[in-house]
Ligand binder design. Structure first.
Ligand code: MSP
Length: 523
């Protein structure tokens, strides 16, 4: 079973912020989930390094574009390492392998007469790296995204006959039975795309004569390939196109292209048209999640309100940052975030719910059995209940990219065990029935075990830590793969060691909200 997932390739004019890490962590969670389900996963991310925007950023910093790209793509890689992102490959559009792929695709489109020359005048937003038709410019004459005035540019460019693909794209998006169906998610964003498609498609400029920092057109070296067309092709370069046919055929078409709604149009319409023009299969799904705002404002460097992944990690640790980033808002919808909201969720879900479950169970094992809980014929009811609940509520949501719902199922399962502990009141049983007490505590350990398996995609380090703390036997990843194949509850021996007791305390220390209310940060 093959699974190919991609993130957008990020512009290197700036460093990664929480918006970029949102998509990348989400893709990582899905990639890890698929691996645990025994898929052969290819997970591609990378950096988008050409175009006017990058050239301008380099100039501003007094660097060559290539130096800026080398420096910034290395920074993206560092952030992904920090966040434990398990990508298979990291593509940079300045690599030779990408030049080869772009030249090949452009040449095919040219040979098939999908490319023609035309004089064009239009309003160009460098921030978006695209021309805007007058009707899409806002009432102040600005780009709807960047709120800056686009530049009037007049050029003789090569154009791509996007209009030729209007009907075929519409059919492929709207008809789920089409053999080349592209599923656009979420539904309301699909409807926006359909609406726009029905209004008609205009041909798009495919080259720039005034942008030097790009890939020269194979048939006219005086022009460079438009950065968006260049960038989209990364999705096939990354899996070996055109030279490694075996690898390419193994992974293409992509199962999911993941991104935010800002760039859905490029992925849902322009990319399929390029692929159709080149007679290549289309991606199976394009998923556009929502946009973060911070305390109600668009995050931007100029407003000075950008949250960086490093800041998050300093405050919450790696796994909690991964968890909070993807679960703080419903996946697919826009959402406003704040430090206060993140900390509240950290305390509720991680310190109080998950941390508490692990810590109280281990403490009871220590207090009542000196960490050697006898394996009496324990009652499997609780474990079965937790396992059944997760099987029913977690899996379906993960497979539908409803990451916030899947994580909520996990929280509910943890709460279920915490409630059971309250209800059993083992501290009372301790006075009367040692066998029953052992069976209680053993069942909590077993339930926490199952929870740790489901925690793996979201918090791989924490899941493993919990596994170690409980002294559960075997490699958690291997056991998880087996578990998700047949759902037979592993019967674990637990050999908890004294040294692990401290680790329990430091899993998720509570964070005081006063620390978070740093006046400088909040409006
Ligand atoms: N280089 C293009 C993508 C080319 S893909 C062939 C680009 N780069 S970008 O650096 O601007 O990244 C845009 C993506 O970053 C969004 O689609 C989303 O995945 C992520 N996000 C950036 N800011 C975000 C938010 N504020 N909220 C959520 N995601 C955001 O566009």
């Amino acid at each position: 079973m093959i699974f190919y997932i991609t993130t957008p390739i990020y512009y290197v004019n700036d460093i990664a912020h929480i918006g970029h890490s949102y998509t990348t962590i989400a893709a990582d969670i899905i990639a890890r989930w698929k691996r645990l389900n025994n898929f052969d996963v290819f997970f591609l991310t990378g950096t988008d390094e050409h175009g006017a925007k990058i050239a301008a950023a380099a100039k501003e910093k007094g660097k060559t574009p290539q130096d800026l790209c080398d420096e910034m793509s290395a920074k993206f890689k560092e952030v992904w390492k920090l966040l434990n992102i398990s990508y298979t490959d990291f593509i940079r559009t300045t690599e030779q392998r990408h030049f080869t792929a772009v030249e090949k695709i452009i040449q095919i489109l040219f040979n098939k007469r999908f490319i023609f020359k035309k004089k064009y005048e239009g309003l160009y937003c460098v921030g978006c790296e695209r021309f805007y038709p007058q009707k899409d410019i806002d009432e102040n004459g600005c780009c709807p995204f960047h709120k800056t005035k686009p530049i009037l540019q007049s050029e003789e460019n090569y154009f791509f006959k996007l209009s030729a693909f209007q009907d075929s794209i519409l059919k492929r998006i709207t008809n789920p039975n089409h053999k080349e169906h592209i599923e656009i998610q979420p539904e309301e964003r699909k409807n926006e795309i359909i609406g726009k498609l029905k209004n008609g498609l205009e041909d798009i400029s495919l080259s720039r004569s005034i942008v030097e920092w790009g890939i020269p057109l194979p048939f006219d070296k005086k022009q460079t390939v438009y950065v968006w067309v260049d960038a989209l092709i990364n999705y096939i370069t990354g899996i070996g196109y055109p030279e490694n046919t075996t690898k390419f055929q193994k992974y293409w078409p992509a199962d999911v292209h993941l991104m935010a709604k800002d760039i859905l149009w490029f992925h849902a319409v322009i990319w399929p048209a390029i692929l159709m023009g080149a007679e290549l299969p289309l991606p199976k799904q394009v998923y556009a999640h929502g946009f973060f705002t911070l305390n109600g404002d668009k995050m931007s460097k100029s407003l000075g309100n950008v949250i960086s992944p490093q800041e998050l990690v300093n405050k919450y640790g790696v796994d909690a940052s991964r968890y909070l980033t993807v679960t703080i808002t419903p996946f697919g919808s826009d959402g406003d975030i704040s430090w206060q909201g993140l900390t509240l969720k950290y305390n509720t879900d991680l310190a109080n719910n998950l941390g508490n479950l692990v810590s109280r169970t281990i403490k009871m094992a220590d207090k009542y059995f000196n960490l050697k809980v006898p394996q009496t014929n324990f009652d499997l009811d609780l474990v079965k209940k937790v396992a059944g609940f997760l099987k029913e509520n977690f899996i379906v949501n993960m497979n539908n990219m409803q990451l916030h719902k899947a994580s909520q199922a996990l929280q509910n399962a943890i709460a279920l065990v915490n409630k059971q502990i309250e209800c059993d009141a083992p501290w009372k049983t301790a006075k009367t029935d040692a066998d029953k007490l052992a069976s209680y505590i053993y069942s909590y350990l077993q339930a926490a075990d199952i929870i740790a398996l489901y925690l793996l995609p979201f918090m791989p380090g924490t899941a493993e830590k919990i596994w170690h703390i409980m002294g559960a036997s075997g490699n958690i990843n291997e056991i998880a793969k087996k578990y998700f194949a047949d759902f037979i509850i592993p019967k674990n021996g637990f050999s908890i060691s004294k040294s692990q007791l401290q680790n329990t305390e430091s899993l998720f220390p509570r964070i005081s909200l006063t620390v978070v209310f740093n006046k400088k940060r909040l409006k």
